[in-house]
Design a protein around this ligand. Structure first.
Ligand code: UDX
Ligand code: UDX
Length: 445
């Protein structure tokens, strides 16, 4: 058992701390947000993450998890401190490091004994060295410490399973012994381990996220071509993915990637390249395709509603950036909704858990209690987040409730033939049919 402190109790920090407690460690979670800490102390989760509440409850009851806003309390007995604060995009797409700076400064001023400082936040290459300088220059008196980069690869919605069954763990430091000590914390996971220098570890995180985002933009570009040429991108992806050199993952065409990581990390990597005199052509294309993919949905609705959405009622199922989360940061669904509202549509919406977060970001939506109320009187229905509950809707009931049976399936969740047989005017993403391109069937644009 080790004593660990985790700074930042958001999606990454809370899951990381909880999983380490579940591995038998004594963990203190620190957050500057008093509301979050109060909720956690009362056994309430500040975020929606499947399975998280039970694991927190179990480990709190066992006395292995503590919550505080005080760095003194968090660092008192800790040998390791994880920095898990957010690193949002700055004005030019660069990662905004103000929260990492603040965490490192406070750690430096508070630490009383030697400490391993582990950066879990996604930070630009070189941040490890910068963190070392900040700590050195803010310590009231020199105390031994080491900085280790240990990027996190968990996905929201499956975060606990991703942590516990990670494909690999990565540790980077100028201090090999410190990196090995952090690796020991992860030893119970029995995952392949990469121990390397700190800049390489930081780059592994960006390169991994940018590569996954590239796969999504690749298949989204293929989807546009499929649509025009009368092929089905879901079958294309299946046919490609069986090849072991390609693999089946992250090849689902849709409305583009969102969330707190891919959009920000691709932008930040491109920004790093640019500020060092390079022209990141592929990364720029990945972002451009992603923006285009979101726009495609709005264009489809407009086209099917006779060229104008003004005065029409459009229903939207799904507000979160993906299923099984309440997170709406960079959600493609919200981009589509904003555009429809700006063009004069009435937009009725429903999401199983993301309604509150979405309402903080977008005003003017009509909030509904369930999918059927959204469909009621709608001129078109858009399914934009692939929640399981949307897969098993009573589509006959949806059909009867709608004013106009236009169904735009932004995540290719439904069988196109079945939907057309029921009477829907169905559009998926990248699904031409009967050997015809969708645009050709509609008489071209
Ligand atoms: C994380 C990462 O750390 C980020 O770098 C990565 O790219 C995405 O995932 P995430 O956990 O999603 O961020 O962020 P968020 O849910 O916003 O949580 C950050 C937490 O840190 C918040 O609870 C915030 O209150 C807290 N915080 C922030 C501090 O405790 N101290 C600060 O100085 C700033
Ligand atoms: C991502 C990385 O997967 C994870 O390793 C990292 O730690 C954080 O960023 P996350 O953003 O939580 O995780 O979710 P992810 O499942 O990767 O989905 C990201 C976005 O891509 C979502 O909007 C999702 O809907 C979209 N996506 C994903 C697709 O459009 N197609 C796919 O095939 C896969």
């Amino acid at each position: 058992m080790k004593n660990l402190c985790v700074i930042g109790s958001g999606y990454v920090g809370l899951v990381t701390g909880t999983c380490f407690a579940d591995l038998g460690n004594n963990v203190t979670l620190v957050d500057i947000d008093q509301r979050k800490i109060d909720l956690l102390k009362q056994g309430e989760m500040p975020i929606y993450e499947p399975g998280l509440a039970e694991v927190v409850e179990r480990n709190t009851a066992a006395g292995r998890m503590h919550f505080t806003t005080s760095y003194e309390e968090g660092l008192k007995d800790s040998e390791f401190v994880f920095i898990c604060v957010g690193t949002p995009s700055g004005v030019d797409g660069e990662a905004d490091l103000q929260y990492v700076r603040s965490a490192a400064t406070t750690i430096a001023k508070t630490m009383k004994k030697s400490l391993i400082v582990i950066n879990k936040s996604t930070v630009p290459v070189g941040t490890g060295d910068w963190t070392t300088e900040i700590i050195e220059s803010n310590q009231p008196e020199p105390i031994d410490f080491a900085v280790v980069s240990c990027p996190e690869f968990l996905r929201e919605g499956s975060a606990i399973a991703d942590f516990m069954n990670t494909d690999r763990t990565v540790f980077g430091s100028t201090n090999r012994e410190a990196a090995e000590k952090v690796a020991e914390l992860y030893a119970p996971l029995d995952a392949p381990t990469v121990i390397t220098d700190i800049r390489t570890a930081e780059m592994i995180k960006y390169a991994s996220n940018a590569f996954l985002a590239t796969r999504i933009s690749f298949i989204n570009e293929i989807s546009i071509i499929c649509e025009r040429l009368g092929a089905d991108v879901t079958e294309v992806a299946r046919g490609m993915g069986i090849d072991k050199r390609i693999g089946p993952h992250f090849l689902q065409a849709g409305i583009g990637f969102g969330g707190s990581c891919f959009p920000k990390d691709v932008k930040a990597l491109a920004n790093m390249a640019q500020t060092h005199g390079m022209h990141p052509q592929l990364l720029n294309a990945v972002m451009e395709i992603n923006a285009f993919q979101r726009r495609q949905i709005t264009l489809k609705v407009r086209e099917l509603l006779g060229g104008n959405v003004n005065g029409k009622t459009v229903g939207v199922l799904g507000l979160a950036f993906k299923q099984n989360t309440d997170d709406t940061r960079e959600s493609p669904s919200l981009t589509v909704i904003r555009s429809l509202l700006n063009q004069g549509a009435t937009v009725k919406v429903y999401d199983p858990v993301a309604m509150d977060n979405a309402s903080e970001e977008v005003t003017g939506m009509t909030l509904c209690d369930n999918s059927y109320s959204v469909a009621e009187g709608s001129d078109a229905l858009l399914v934009l987040t692939p929640w399981n509950e949307f897969k098993n809707l009573d589509m006959n009931r949806i059909f009867s409730a709608m004013n106009n049976p236009i169904l735009i399936d932004g995540r290719n969740m439904y069988d196109p033939d079945m939907m057309r047989e029921m009477g829907f005017v169905y559009r998926g993403v990248g699904r031409g049919f009967n050997g015809e391109g969708i645009m050709a069937e509609d008489g071209g644009d």
